[in-house]
Design a binder for this molecule. Structure first.
Ligand code: SUG
Length: 439
């Protein structure tokens, strides 16, 4: 049935919220820890993200927007016993539980690669969505309910599964890669985990905590009805996690028939790569293009600081691929040399575009963290909620909205200012009205 249907990759990018801060909330994410206490620029964060969306939409790619989530979460503070009007609740929390105050103010829903795991109807029977529970980090776990509701609104026709039990820590698409000869042909799925709840033979990292449980990935594979002959489960390299690779999309990436990965991406790496290549061949009757980057060429440290593997690789209409890399890749000599060479040698990538996404990058979120890939057929695209698709009109309205409501300098204490919270509430009402009037 699906053989002759045309599929498209739709990127659903998260919008930074007006309370984008550098609070150092993610232990194991080196950029987040390094920038703790720096002054943030929420306006730039949102505009940088919108510029990436607009660029890709202008290339003719399908682009949608995941609205920011309202923060700070007063409901959570109230549940913790803080009482009174918004100003006094925020003041008490700031003074008595600063960590909690920062966690409920985080703009982390902008990194939609962690919003959900999505299987296309070429791999599952129908477009199937499991929102990620993000249970490993408190500030991220509070995204899930709203994310799930929003995904239901955007994709009313999809098969929406409940988020996994909180014991099964799940970080969504950041640990999932689909590889296929074209968007419209069936492919294979790679799922990457960092630790196991049950299997003592799977060793955990020594310095940082692994975020994705093996049992979470297995449950998703089962719940989405994926074929095990077309699925590869791999353990993330312990060495990499301890070097700050907190998600697989910081150390390997794939687009269609191309898999680009660092020498230290997986435990038992040669077996993982062999399994990927053979399952790909068995499924598609074609060869997977494998590009391994040696540690001697780009060290784990350089991979983490430049976010090379978090570049967003997209396919253009002429069949070529473009790599949208963070500007940090241009600034790093070894990485810049690698990319310059990459587009000259024989592989599908023929263009690089560098983007300034520094506000997101300084919290450990590169181009690929900011987007959730959704593979949709013509029919599924027609059934989605059109209000979230980025066109020139929506882009213009969102830029105006951001310029009106976002600050270009923000520290946690600014959230205590009289009227700040009410200003944010008004901004979010306006955002909903922009989205509902969208043509
Ligand atoms: O979960 N940073 C996010 C970055 C997520 C990146 N996503 C992918 N790799 N797909 C995280 O660590 C930092 C927030 C702060 O420190 O204020 C933060 O949550």
């Amino acid at each position: 049935m699906t053989d002759h249907m045309k599929y498209h990759e739709l990127n659903l990018d998260g919008l930074a919220s007006p309370t984008h801060l550098f609070s150092g909330l993610s232990h194991g994410n080196i950029a987040s820890e390094t920038h703790k206490g720096s002054i943030s620029n929420p306006k730039a964060a949102a505009l940088q993200g919108l510029a990436k969306m607009k660029y890709l939409a202008d290339l003719g790619l399908k682009q949608a927007v995941m609205p920011a989530q309202l923060r700070p979460r007063l409901d959570i503070l109230r549940a913790q016993g803080f009482q009174g009007d918004p100003e006094s609740i925020l003041k008490q929390a700031y003074e008595q539980d600063y960590e909690l105050f920062c966690a409920v103010s985080s703009s982390s829903s902008m990194w939609t690669a962690n919003a959900a795991t999505i299987s296309s109807s070429l791999e599952a029977k129908t477009l199937t969505i499991t929102p990620a529970n993000l249970s490993c980090k408190f500030h991220r776990s509070i995204e899930t309910i709203e994310t799930a509701q929003r995904l239901q609104t955007i994709f009313p026709q999809a098969n929406h599964k409940p988020a996994l039990d909180l014991m099964l820590s799940d970080e969504g698409a950041a640990n999932h890669t689909r590889l296929a000869p074209s968007h419209s042909k069936p492919g294979i799925d790679l799922f990457v985990y960092g630790y196991s709840l049950e299997n003592p033979k799977i060793l955990a990292p020594n310095i940082f905590t692994a975020r994705q449980a093996l049992e979470a990935s297995q449950t998703i594979i089962q719940n989405h009805g994926l074929d095990l002959q077309r699925t590869v489960l791999a353990q993330q390299s312990i060495k990499a996690i301890d070097a700050g690779v907190f998600h697989n999309d910081v150390i390997s990436t794939g687009n269609l028939n191309l898999f680009l990965y660092h020498e230290y991406s997986f435990e038992n790496q040669s077996q993982v790569i062999e399994e990927l290549a053979s399952k790909y061949k068995a499924t598609t009757n074609e060869e997977l293009v494998l590009i391994e980057v040696k540690d001697s060429e780009i060290s784990l440290k350089q991979a983490v600081s430049s976010y090379l593997f978090n570049s967003q690789i997209v396919s253009l209409d002429d069949g070529s691929m473009l790599i949208l890399a963070p500007i940090e890749c241009k600034e790093n000599k070894a990485v810049n040399q690698f990319l310059t060479k990459l587009i000259k040698v024989n592989n599908p990538i023929s263009q690089i575009e560098y983007f300034d996404l520094r506000e997101s990058m300084n919290n450990g979120g590169g181009p690929a963290c900011l987007r959730l890939r959704v593979l949709v057929s013509d029919e599924e695209l027609a059934a989605m909620n059109p209000h979230y698709l980025l066109n020139d009109e929506l882009y213009g309205k969102l830029v105006t909205w951001v310029k009106k409501h976002y600050r270009d300098r923000l520290e946690p204490k600014d959230l205590l200012e009289t009227g700040f919270y009410h200003g944010i509430e008004a901004a979010f009402d306006e955002l909903e009205s922009i989205l509902s009037q969208q043509s």
